[in-house]
Design a binder for this molecule. Structure first.
Ligand SMILES: C[S@@+](CC[C@H](N)C(=O)[O-])C[C@H]1O[C@@H](n2cnc3c(N)ncnc32)[C@H](O)[C@@H]1O
Length: 203
């Protein structure tokens, strides 16, 4: 990738989650293989030189952890942190980022549709949206019933995280081009959060 790439990431602590979800199988991770897999923490090592990050979260407490992690990766330049709802990023200009990254956040936002529309708005034409999210099982089964049964308690315990989102469908409806969504079921994830999508799409 070229120098001075503008990234917007939705919350900083992405790395540990993605490592966990894919059982640490870095070599098999499609984004990692292409050299542009992203995230905070350990995944910051995969950002190219001169990566300019804007980190977005509604909760300011992430900044301390993110800053600690970032010190280890001098190729990453944190340009800005924006404390806002992903559904309304009015402080961020249209068409301003090359890459937008979202891990385990669409499960928690109030409106997936609005958050995705905002992500699309802030991406430059041709910009890439990358995500890793847990979703509802794609077919009705005992597992999906279990997800629906566990969802209310899970939501309370995990700060609004929703087990039953169909974020893959929402991404397809947002009007991105070249949408590629892979479904994975990593064995080391709890059964109710096991269906995971890895998505890439272009504005
Ligand atoms: C499950 S955590 C994921 C954190 C991190 N991205 C990761 O992959 O480990 C969900 C994050 O989404 C943030 N969040 C929840 N709702 C949000 C919203 N509407 N807008 C922006 N951030 C939100 C929370 O503050 C929290 O940091």
């Amino acid at each position: 990738m070229d120098a001075n790439i503008e990234f917007v990431i939705y919350t900083a602590l992405t790395a540990t989650s993605s490592e966990r979800s894919f059982g640490g199988q870095k070599e098999e991770h499609p984004f990692r293989n292409s050299g542009d897999w992203i995230g905070g923490g350990a995944n910051l090592q995969y950002y190219p030189e001169n990566s300019n990050l804007t980190a977005v979260d509604m909760n300011p407490s992430f900044i301390t952890y993110f800053e600690e992690n970032r010190q280890k990766y001098p190729q990453v330049n944190l340009k800005r942190t924006v404390i806002t709802m992903a559904e309304d990023m009015h402080d961020i200009d249209d068409n301003s980022f090359d890459v937008a990254i979202c891990t385990y956040t669409l499960c928690s936002v109030k409106s997936v549709r609005s958050a995705l529309n905002e992500i699309k708005r802030v991406l430059k034409p041709g910009g890439k949206f990358l995500c890793v999210e847990h979703v509802l099982y794609c077919k009705s089964s005992w597992n999906s019933t279990l997800q629906k049964f566990a969802a209310p308690l899970w939501k309370v315990y995990f700060n609004g995280c929703t087990l039953t989102r169909k974020s893959d469908e929402e991404i397809r409806k947002t009007g991105f081009k070249d949408v590629v969504i892979e479904m994975h079921h990593p064995k080391d994830m709890w059964l109710v959060a096991r269906p995971q999508i890895i998505g890439i799409a272009t504005k």
